[in-house]
Design a protein around this ligand. Structure first.
Ligand SMILES: [Fe+2]
Length: 308
């Protein structure tokens, strides 16, 4: 069956490679506390901007949030006179709290995520016993993207691809020739995202990655995380499809689906859960909003015992 979304993405990337006016400028903020890369992508002609995977600082010991990382993005946007049209989330993150609602109040932009966020809400709504007040229909977001749906950043066309595996709802947002691929591939020397959270699936992750790797070699890839790698001492978050196909330590050309699934599954068994998984999931499944305050006006994060 032809993959029409992938074909449309390929045409878009080829057009952008041929015409600099169709390529976004990308500026990245890296949060060393959670190893998260937040990308600010904009059309230089119209200043139309997307903020992708923003971080709200959170101190687990005190339960306090802090907007220092998000304020740096606001300052950048104002300094460069950018017009934020989108707050994009590649998925419901399990390792940091999203700053998207906070940024939306400061800068505007529609909050968007993959349509299968409803499955993530179903799974984690149960795990955290979130009750009937927690809507599991994605209504916390302004737009839910399906595979192959298009949007634009000023004059630059963009398309969303569904790339599940790390979670059921992961999306890659491709703007011009720049693909923001969330937790799928990491830098070639580090490998790939884990697939063992509730709703994750190593086999689906492999198929999503093969799809991304069939985009043109020159496609710019912007990653959601970096953890350095043996022999590399600085953080990195940008690579290309060509470099990943040739060098990715987990999924370079020639690695079969079964080999990948075996590797990924046994490696995931050795990984600790992210330090901030409890607050992150409870906040991010609500589109970055805190749980409903209790009758004393305070929001609480729950910890299910012996469940995760
Ligand atoms: Fe993630």
């Amino acid at each position: 069956m032809p993959d029409s979304a992938l074909e449309a993405a390929t045409r878009q990337i080829r057009a952008a490679t041929a015409d600099p006016a169709l390529r976004p400028i990308v500026h990245t903020f890296f949060d060393e506390a959670t190893f998260t890369a937040t990308h600010v992508a904009y059309d230089p002609a119209t200043r139309a901007t997307a903020v992708i995977d923003s971080v709200l600082d959170y101190d687990a010991a005190s339960g306090r949030t802090n907007s220092a990382s998000a304020e740096a993005i606001v300052a950048y946007v104002r300094e460069h006179k950018l017009k934020v049209e989108w707050q994009l989330e590649t998925h419901a993150h399990a390792d940091h709290l999203s700053a998207a609602p906070w940024l939306q109040e400061q800068l505007g932009g529609k909050l968007a995520i993959g349509a299968d966020i409803t499955r993530v809400q179903e799974v984690f709504g149960k795990i955290f016993n979130a009750g009937t007040a927690f809507a599991r229909d994605g209504s916390q977001f302004d737009r839910l993207f399906h595979d192959g749906e298009t949007f634009s950043l000023g004059n630059i066309p963009a398309i969303a691809l569904h790339v599940p595996g790390h979670t059921p709802a992961d999306m890659a947002f491709i703007i011009g020739d720049a693909a923001f691929i969330g937790d799928t591939l990491f830098m070639p020397d580090y490998g790939t995202a884990r697939a063992d959270f509730p709703g994750g699936d190593a086999r689906r992750l492999y198929r999503s990655i093969r799809r991304l790797l069939s985009l043109p070699d020159e496609t710019r890839l912007f990653l959601c995380h970096d953890y350095k790698a043996p022999g590399r001492d600085t953080f990195a978050w940008e690579t290309t499809v060509g470099a990943e196909r040739e060098h990715n330590v987990h999924v370079h050309e020639g690695v079969s689906e079964d080999d990948f699934v075996n590797m990924r599954t046994s490696r995931d068994k050795t990984l600790d859960l992210p330090h901030l998984i409890m607050p992150s999931v409870q906040v991010n499944m609500r589109g970055g909003h805190m749980p409903e305050p209790e009758d004393n006006g305070v929001s609480y994060i729950k910890i299910p015992i012996n469940r995760l």
